[in-house]
Design a protein around this ligand. Structure first.
Ligand SMILES: [Zn+2]
Length: 117
């Protein structure tokens, strides 16, 4: 059964929130590193909505980059109406799981398999 629109909407909000948080973390980190902080990095969150600059991607950690990628992939799947499906077995991912991890790519069973291999 496909996810209900209301749930989808809520999960989308979560994803966008996560995305903002990630981008903010990067911004704060950069602000710490830069003495002036006035090199235009303030606009990164806006600039980075669709494509990231090379500089931006280099400035973030692997974990952050990984998460950002997963969040973006999930948002992409929402646009393609393929969201909430396990990428491995094609079964729907439980609502509870998506609620805890909106950018989950696999159902619980497949996630465990993936981690084992
Ligand atoms: Zn699965």
């Amino acid at each position: 059964m496909p996810l209900r629109a209301a749930i989808l909407e809520r999960l989308k909000e979560k994803l966008l929130e996560k995305r903002r948080a990630l981008i903010n973390t990067v911004r704060e980190k950069r602000a710490d590193n830069l003495e002036t902080g006035s090199d235009g990095t303030q606009d990164i969150a806006d600039q980075a909505t669709t494509a990231y600059t090379k500089e931006f991607l280099l400035s973030i950690s692997d974990t952050e980059r990984q998460q950002l990628k997963q969040v973006d992939a999930a948002l992409d799947k929402m646009r393609q109406k393929a969201y909430g499906q396990c990428e491995r077995c094609g079964e729907p991912i439980s609502e509870k799981r998506l609620d805890a991890l909106p950018f989950a790519r696999f159902c619980i069973a497949c996630q465990e398999e993936e981690e084992r291999s």
